[in-house]
Structures are given as C-alpha cells and as structure tokens.
Write a protein of this length. Sequence first.
Length: 251
Amino acid sequence: MEHLIELRDVYKIYQMGDEAVHALDGISLTVDPGEFVAIVGQSGSGKSTAMNIIGCLDVPTSGTYHLAGVDVSTMDDDQQAEIRNKMLGFIFQQYNLIPKLNVLENVELPLLYGGVSASERHRRAMEALERVGLADKCKNLPSQLSGGQQQRVSIARALAGKPSVILADEPTGALDSRTGREVLGFLQKLNAEGDTVVLITHDNSIAVKARRIVRLQDGRIIYDGDAHDPRAVVQPEDEAAAGEAREVLNV
Ligand SMILES: Nc1ncnc2c1ncn2[C@@H]1O[C@H](COP(=O)(O)OP(=O)(O)OP(=O)(O)O)[C@@H](O)[C@H]1O
Ligand SMILES: [Mg+2]
C-alpha cells in the first residue's frame, strides 16, 4: 500500500558559522490514511522542523519526502504552495484569523486562493463550520468569539479545503487546559470520521490522546508506536517522568 506520508532518511542541517546544527538527523517516518499521530519531544528536538517539511513549508537538506506518492522534497516554492493548498490543512497555536473578516469569510479565504467558485466556497465553508459546531456564529467577527471558538474556526478553515492531512502545531498552546481538551476532542472526532491528523505537542497529556506517538530527541526518532505505552511519553532513563507518565496514562 502507498503511504500518505513517507519520509526517508531526512536531514535538515543549518550551518551556523562553523557549526552545523542537525535540526533533523536522519528521520524515516510513514503515516497512513486515517492515522492520528502526535509528534512529541523537548524544546529544540526538531518538532517544528519536521512539521515544516511535512507541511511543504520547507525542504530537507537531504533525504526524500513523498506525499501521496508524489516526491515533494525537491519542489520549488510555487509547486509547494499548490500542494499545500490542495492537500494540507494547517492549525496553528495562533489562530491566524483575519480580524476584519467574519467567521464565514475567514473559512472561505483559502478556497478563494484555490480558485473555488463563490457558491462552492460558501457551501464548503458552511459545511466545515457545521462540523465544528459554529454555523450559527458565521457572521461574527473573530473578536466576538472565545479563544476555543476561534481555534475551532481555524479548524474549519483547515477542513474546508478537504485536505488529505490535517497538521496541527501546538494547537492547544494558547488555550486553558479545559478549552485545550475541547479542541483536542474535535481533532479526535475528525479522526474518528476518517481524517488523518498529525499533531505536534510538548504536552504528554495531550499527546496520549493520539493513537500513535513519535518522540523526537536531538533530531532523531527515539520512539514510534502505541500512544499508550509508557515509553511513548518518557525517556527510558527518566524515572521521575516515568511515574508522572503512568499517572497521565492511568497504568
Ligand atoms: N532557521 C534555523 N536556523 C538555525 N537553526 C535552526 C533554525 N530553525 C531551527 N533551528 C534549530 O534546530 C533545532 C530544532 O528546532 P525546532 O524549531 O524544530 O524545535 P522544536 O522541537 O519545534 O522546539 P519547540 O518545542 O521549542 O518549538 C533547534 O536546535 C533550533 O535551534
Ligand atoms: Mg516548535
């Protein structure tokens, strides 16, 4: 079977004066349709670098990346932009909603760039807003919504493009823990309905809500497997964290 995401031996190396920083140090990873994967790791471990490559916002220094069978690792900026618009839905910590546009217009915006007709834009945007339970707020401005609702609008905006993959980089980072859990619940619901989700978080209690965890350390994958294995959330030698992890996991 063809993988949806396939990274093979991916390096991202930044030359900083005399020093070569290996932000990604040889990563191989596959994600299949319908998966819910959390990428975790400490600050500086390479999560955002990995997300930028998976999200076609950046290319590897070496190695290959195939998205739905297409080699995207050597594409230029325009080709990457087209792939992003067609195949990827982004959710960020900052919702990046445009304050002057209402909720509906915000959700329609990427479709406008994608050349979708006005009536189809409206239909798809309303459908996406219904999925996140915000159809009744479609005429509100972002400032007239709570933080959690704003994040749900940004989820709707990602969904309206009918992406093959939803990429979320610390989507709950700006929210209090209850609202964060709510937004996470939405991602779980979308996954249950068939969407593929790749989530970045440094928060173990969030990560365990995914089905699979990929743990990065110093640009390498040190764990890839079941989210409910204690090894998913701790480094093997870290005993204090292991206790905490067992608590989070209830094991
Ligand atoms: N543009 C860049 N130039 C030089 N070094 C960079 C650049 N971007 C990232 N790095 C380095 O690559 C490593 C990985 O960074 P990355 O942003 O992927 O970490 P992260 O896991 O997302 O961290 P955080 O949890 O703090 O967001 C870090 O050591 C960082 O300093
Ligand atoms: Mg980061």
